[in-house]
Design a binder for this molecule. Structure first.
Ligand code: ADP
Length: 535
């Protein structure tokens, strides 16, 4: 679509603000529609009630000549006592009840009933003596009262939106004002009619003698009021929408700015700035989480890349030295006399260099595999007591050669077992013992011990060797790191990296105590549960 090509429209902040607005506008319009419908219905209901009660009053005036003070209070037909009704029917057979009034004289209640028979109107009353009194009325005599009441009502309403009208059967009659000119259009009861484009609500009450009383109200007022409400609402809506657009855009901008910062940082990191981190601005929890996760990921990546670079450099260095040596040997041999013995010697030296290079590469691969859990651990029930005993025997010859006293210590009364990869733990112990014997001078002492600390199995290798400086304590576990003092001794700096990788794979912890010149102690602490099996 054309508009999705414009960059602003495809931005999340614009989309969020836009849909927020659409939703807001649609719900406002719906709400306004419902409220205005309710208000219009309510206004119509009030108009209907007004018209009905007015016409009821007029009808009573036409029947009674507005002499209601004499008759008392008008009552609904069901409240008229059966006795009065029966007397009424008996006295004037075929009469139809039109209105009933109740008056009180001391404790006595009197009912005056009005009824029609054909076109004749009667007034009826049952006396306290049980006698019935009735008289024929001439309601046309009441028309002046009615006319007067039209005027009074009009004045009391104080509105020019209302009219009243009386029509006799012969078409003669009068009205309160000229609001509605036409006479037709409406049946009896309540109805809405349109006349010359104007809407009226009309109540028509046909009377017993064929005359009709009518009250009507123009609906223009209601329409005008609704139009005014609509206008106010639209103005308000326009204002709110304008404000809402700005506010929605700002909020969305604030929320998405965190995402933009992260994507910007990702771009710059991809360009090579590995040390870059995203600032935490506390816009929203989700954005903070994203920033934290991104920073943690960047930190890991940077550490990995740095380590990878170091390792690559170290490998390059460690391979370059034997390669250079081999090249030198080849050159010297080639430049010397063509003597089969010197060629044989050179081949032997080259084979040795190749072996050490292959060993280096194999060790590197094994560390990486152990670290990344590619080589899954072959965990079995392993007796550390047995393992320590065997290691002591195995290394005793080497210790003797170097004139070092090697001691092994383990609890004699019980065996310590764990679930672990036997070959890997053997490798771990061998590397530690190898280092201890390497960095301890003749006449020194190395102790391999197995014990329990807070339920955890601990293998410790203590020596009385050269010790390790505090600043080297952390670094010696990194690949290829060798302390300055040990560079003259054989080794490739991978032994402790392997020890660390094996310990990590078994979720074991390594502790190092060392003081330069006095000796070192490497302790490997295996987690007590669930790995360890108590014997
Ligand atoms: P390598 O023994 O092949 O040099 P390691 O990774 O086993 O490599 O050890 C790294 C370095 O840590 C050694 O070069 C040495 O400087 C130091 N180191 C390790 N064990 C001891 C020890 N028992 N006493 C003193 N220094 C040690």
């Amino acid at each position: 679509m054309f508009w999705s090509r414009i960059r602003l429209f495809s931005k999340l902040r614009f989309k969020a603000a836009f849909w927020f607005l659409i939703l807001f506008a649609a719900s406002s319009v719906l709400l306004f529609f419902l409220v205005s419908r309710y208000v219009a219905n309510d206004m119509l209901r009030i108009t209907d009630w007004l018209l009905e009660s007015t016409v009821r009053d007029f009808t009573a005036s036409y029947l009674t000549g507005k002499n209601t003070a004499r008759y008392g209070q008008q009552v609904p037909f069901p409240e008229v006592p059966k006795l009065d009704l029966a007397a009424f029917q008996a006295h004037l057979p075929g009469i139809e009840l039109l209105a009933a009034y109740r008056s009180k004289l001391e404790d006595l209640e009197f009912y005056t009933l009005f009824g029609s028979r054909g076109k004749e109107l009667y007034e009826f009353r049952l006396g306290s003596d049980g006698r019935a009194y009735s008289r024929l009325l001439h309601p046309e005599q009441n028309l002046p009262f009615l006319r007067k009441e039209f005027e009074d009502k009009l004045q009391s309403f104080g509105s020019d939106n209302i009219y009243f009208r009386f029509r006799a059967p012969d078409g003669s009659g009068f009205e309160s004002n000229e609001l509605r000119k036409g006479g037709g259009g409406a049946g009896s009861g309540l109805s809405t009619i349109t006349e010359d484009g104007r809407k009226f609500r009309v109540m028509k009450q046909p009377l017993f003698d064929g005359s009709v009383i009518e009250a009507g109200s123009s609906l223009q007022g209601i329409d005008e009021r609704l139009t005014a409400y609509t206008r106010i609402f639209l103005l308000f809506l326009a204002g709110v929408l304008l404000f809402g657009t700005a506010a929605g855009y700002l909020i969305a901008w604030k929320l998405t700015s965190g995402i933009e910062r992260v994507s910007d940082a990702a771009r710059r990191i991809a360009d090579g700035d590995l040390s870059l981190r995203v600032k935490l601005c506390h816009e929203a929890d989700e954005v903070d989480q994203l920033v934290n996760a991104f920073n943690a990921m960047s930190e890991n990546n940077e550490a990995l890349v740095t380590e990878l670079r170091t390792v690559t450099d170290d490998i390059a260095h460690d391979l370059r030295t034997p390669l250079t040596r081999m090249r030198g040997l080849a050159e010297v041999t080639a430049a010397g006399k063509p003597d089969i013995e010197s060629f044989r010697e050179m081949c032997g030296a080259v084979a040795e260099e190749c072996d050490s290079m292959v060993q280096l590469i194999n060790e590197m691969l094994e560390i990486t595999r152990t670290e990344s859990s590619i080589n899954r651990l072959e965990r079995t029930e392993l007796s550390l007591t047995e393992l320590v005993r065997q290691a002591g025997t195995l290394f005793s010859e080497l210790a003797e050669d170097r004139k070092i006293r090697l001691e092994t210590k383990f609890p004699a009364d019980h065996e310590i077992k764990i679930r672990a990869d036997k070959l890997k733990i053997q490798r771990l112990v061998a590397n530690l013992l190898d280092n201890a014997l390497k960095f301890t001078p003749a006449g020194g002492m190395v102790t391999l011990s197995l014990s329990k600390r807070d339920g955890a199995a601990v293998i410790a290798v203590r020596d009385s060797g050269c010790g390790i400086a505090p600043e080297d304590a952390e670094k010696i576990f990194k690949r290829f790191y060798r302390c300055d003092a040990s560079r003259t001794l054989p080794g490739n700096g991978l032994g402790l990296a392997m020890v660390q990788a094996i310990a990590n794979a078994h979720r074991a912890r390594i502790e190092l105590e060392s003081s330069p010149g006095k000796g070192s102690c490497f302790s490997v602490i295996f987690p007590p549960e669930p790995e360890e099996i108590n014997s």
